[in-house]
Ligand binder design. Structure first.
Ligand SMILES: [Zn+2]
Length: 411
């Protein structure tokens, strides 16, 4: 049982030619593929190994097995007894590039107003757009880096950071259709940026997204934008079916089917990666998405802060779906930079099983971002992106809702 609280977890950046050995920990590799993910904490589903060592050489995992580190001399030794080691968390849905506060909105919602009512009173996303556009690039960069460091210290080793608040407001673009067209015209630039960034290790692949919802973008606009992006080799996501059944899942299914027809089997670029939110998705939608390799992403913090229904683990389980869990961290509807708390809510409010939660914030989240080849599981030969918290069983992840018992993060 966790006994103490580490004020700030140590963040270790594994160096070239450095050997690090973690000894005698309970290691959850997440490296298993069992289609029957129904039991609550089957150790098998988490790839659990007791009294296990993890040997890291030059930042790469060299061995994961009991006593693998006992004959190693030199290097740094980390005592893992009484601790759980697992892959670092992956947050596949965040909006961390913003300026300004939307605390007024929180107060209005506390008085019973819905997100749509808040928006009708001039609140909501427009507030973030104005404040972000008014901020200098330097200001945005500084606050972004602070938020990224905060996430890292809370166990997140990779996240998808959505932009968007800074783009031109639609009135200036004479309506959303023209706005979409302007974005489509800029796609060659985005695609060449994506190629440039592909050379930089710390930058993950660029992707595009759209908020398909009544009073925001329409199905037709989403189709135009996402089809064009796919043609430019960019991966896509959709914010879908959050406040109503507005066609987001259907749009994703149609796009993914088209992608499959034009270029069957293994694609490395231009994929429909995920459909996010899903409060109003049907079982049929979920089954179809799963069969097309599109990852459903649930965002329990948004439900918590906006008094929306939680997507139920039971519903996903009965559809045979493996969902990712993400924070949706943003200044309005989820003003908390904590994937750990999102995971906690998925357990206590969404009724997800322990193995579903832990896979949902690591392995499935990596799939939702298209980075599953190098993130989300612990495997020999892969970079050591992991974390260690106090505990003796997988359930101890939930010993504190924000991960106060996290001791170490390695990247
Ligand atoms: Zn979002």
């Amino acid at each position: 049982m966790p006994t103490s609280i580490s004020a700030t977890p140590e963040v270790i950046s594994a160096q070239e030619h450095e050997r690090i050995v973690i000894r005698n920990a309970l290691v959850l590799t997440m490296d298993c593929d069992n289609p029957n993910e129904v039991e609550s904490t089957s150790q098998v589903l988490l790839g659990a190994q007791k009294e296990c060592d993890v040997v890291i050489e030059s930042g790469v995992i060299n061995a994961i097995s009991p006593n693998a580190g006992s004959n190693q001399s030199g290097g740094r030794v980390i005592q893992g007894r009484g601790c759980v080691v697992m892959p670092g968390l992956i947050d596949s849905h965040t909006h961390p590039i913003f300026s300004g506060s939307r605390a007024t909105e929180t107060v209005l919602k506390a008085q019973g107003l819905s997100y749509e009512e808040v928006a009708a009173r001039g609140g909501g996303i427009v507030v973030s757009m104005r404040a972000t556009r008014a901020a200098s690039v330097n200001e945005l960069k500084t606050s972004y880096l602070q938020r990224a460091k905060q996430a890292l210290a809370r166990g997140v080793v990779a996240w998808e950071a959505k932009t968007g608040y800074g783009f031109a407001a639609s009135p200036e673009m004479h309506g959303l259709d023209n706005y979409i067209q302007a974005l489509i015209d800029a796609l060659p630039q985005f695609a060449s940026l994506a190629q440039k960034y592909a050379q930089i290790k710390s930058v993950l692949p660029l992707a595009v997204d759209i908020f398909l919802e009544r009073n925001y973008f329409t199905r037709e606009q989403a189709d135009r934008w996402l089809s064009a992006a796919l043609q430019h080799g960019l991966d896509v996501h959709i914010h879908a079916d959050e406040f109503s059944r507005s066609g987001g899942c259907e749009a994703a299914i149609a796009l993914a089917q088209r992608v499959e027809q034009t270029q069957p089997r293994v694609r490395s670029k231009g994929r429909v990666l995920s459909v996010d939110h899903l409060q109003y998705a049907t079982d049929h939608d979920l089954v179809k998405l799963q069969s097309l390799g599109v990852v459903p992403v649930v965002l329990p913090l948004t439900s918590f802060f906006s008094n929306l229904a939680y997507v139920e683990g039971r519903k996903l389980r009965s559809a045979g779906v493996r969902a990712a869990i993400a924070s949706d961290f943003n200044p309005g509807t989820a003003p908390l930079n904590s994937l750990w708390f999102a995971a906690f809510l998925a357990l206590v409010k969404g009724g997800f099983a322990v193995s579903e939660v832990l896979n949902g914030v690591t392995r499935h989240a990596a799939s939702a971002m298209g980075i599953e080849a190098s993130y989300g599981v612990l495997q020999v030969g892969r970079p050591a992106r992991l974390m260690m918290f106090e505990g003796t069983c997988p359930e101890d992840f939930f010993a504190s809702p924000m991960g106060d018992h996290l001791k170490m993060v390695m990247v």
